[in-house]
Design a protein around this ligand. Sequence first.
Ligand code: NAD
Length: 254
Amino acid sequence: MGILDGKVILVAGAGGIGTGLATRYAAEGARIVLGDINTASAEAAVAAIKDAGGEALAIHLDGSDEASATAAVATCVETYGGLDGLHANFAFLGDCDPGAGILELPLEIYDETQRINARGYYLCTRAALPAMIERGAGSIVYTSSAAANASTPAQVAYAMSKAAGQALMRHVATRYGQSGIRANTIAPALTLHPGIAELVPQEMIGWAQAAAAIKSRVGNPEDIAAMGALLLSDQGSYITGQVISIDGGTTMRP
Ligand SMILES: NC(=O)c1ccc[n+]([C@@H]2O[C@H](COP(=O)([O-])OP(=O)(O)OC[C@H]3O[C@@H](n4cnc5c(N)ncnc54)[C@H](O)[C@@H]3O)[C@@H](O)[C@H]2O)c1
């Protein structure tokens, strides 16, 4: 028995953190539909979940496409009988040049960042809400970033897209609380997994560690999944409308 026993959860975006989310939620007893534009990433995670005795299904999902998001929710309903939770976690990470400010960043990268990260979370939310309203309850978790809550000499498009997701979360929490639906945001700082270790130079990992109050390590997907599990569970039933930083104290907001 886990804290998500029997719940049906759509995890949108596999990769490093999404694999950690799906793995933890399944271990807590949830039935998982894990979608990614890179289907192989979702399939690998689902195979490991099944090997561990969990219940999960991998699907192709383009979270920035309305029909694809709608189909993902339909899969949850048809396969597992409904939808209790959505964790919108995918992202386009093309705005990652530390030398690029607003004057240098190509407009195409700005547009794609907003299209996937901001519009994509909007579309997945629109797809998920009717199924949750029908059930009379639901919990939506969005993965944001410390970049949305801190000053950023680079990654302006990424930070803007992640701030947009926080505004979306507050709208959902406010408007649909009366329908039994909660919405919250997790804002990680550097969260280490093999994909990020390849993308980010070693010195940046050192900087992230130095910037945090907790110096002994950087964050990992299990840290994000622990909070996600709480927020998706009934144990989190009085938590809504919040941005929760899982960043070792890198950002400290009132
Ligand atoms: N890892 C970090 O240091 C860190 C820090 C702060 C915030 N985040 C956030 O955490 C989330 C997960 O990041 P990650 O580190 O696991 O990155 P990742 O690249 O390992 O995973 C992101 C996944 O999103 C998928 N994706 C991209 N576009 C998609 C689309 N249109 N539809 C469906 N899937 C799509 C990718 O294929 C990939 O599997 C992202 O929202 C990211 O912004 C990560």
